[in-house]
Design a protein around this ligand. Structure first.
Ligand SMILES: [Ca+2]
Ligand SMILES: [Ca+2]
Length: 206
């Protein structure tokens, strides 16, 4: 006869084996020697993803020059309720440096919004997130960029480029401020002014 301890270990191993073959999507019934063990697995929550978004018109630097403070929001397409918001500083290649936890969301369609600290919001509509989703690319393969120039406010501005932003940048001319150095060449000058003027009156996606 096996001892009770060994029988429990054997039952536990059989449960673990069964669970490992279910891909965590089903209800699993595992039979031990004397009892029926029911393990209810949820229908699946999302895990973690990487996000890519590129600020526009950065000067090219060896090792990349595309990092910025980012805010990403997920909303319900039917109600517009915000379901998740996360902020991070992107890498020099415009990527999250570690995966973003979206495990509070279930597989579904979402509107996803990405905003840079000095950049206007870009929206992806009706994105179908599944448990297989591993990344969200607001650059669409390095072809799309976030518009620069929203430099007012405490952290993320007001999502419009207007005279307020213009006056802030003009005040910073010939000095250095990370926020108004739009092209990130370590000085605020006419190049940054030109980028902002090009985007005057642009608004972020709503
Ligand atoms: Ca603004
Ligand atoms: Ca600059």
């Amino acid at each position: 006869m096996f001892s009770l301890k060994k029988r429990l270990i054997a039952a536990f191993i059989s449960v673990i084996t069964l669970v490992s073959f279910t891909n965590f999507t089903n209800t699993v019934y595992a039979s031990s020697l004397t009892t029926i063990v029911e393990i209810v697995i949820s229908d699946g929550f999302l895990g973690t993803i990487s996000i890519k978004a590129l600020p526009e018109k950065r000067v090219s630097v060896l090792g990349g020059n595309l990092g910025t403070l980012m805010r990403v929001r997920f909303t319900d397409p039917d109600t517009d309720d915000q379901l998740l918001e996360t902020s991070y500083t992107s890498s020099s290649f415009g990527l999250t440096t570690s995966n973003v936890d979206i495990s509070t969301l279930t597989p579904n369609e979402y509107h996803i919004f990405a905003k840079g600290r000095s950049h206007l919001t870009r929206k992806m509509s009706n994105v179908n997130l599944t448990t297989d989703t591993t990344n969200i690319d607001f650059s669409y393969g390095d072809t799309e960029y976030l518009y620069a120039g929203d430099v007012n406010g405490t952290i993320f501005g007001d999502d419009i480029v207007n005279a307020i932003d213009l006056s802030i940048l003009i005040n910073d001319l010939d000095s250095f401020d990370l926020r108004t150095d739009l092209n990130r060449d370590n000085t605020v000058n006419a190049l940054d002014l030109s980028i902002l003027i090009t985007n005057l009156d642009k608004e972020g996606d709503a």
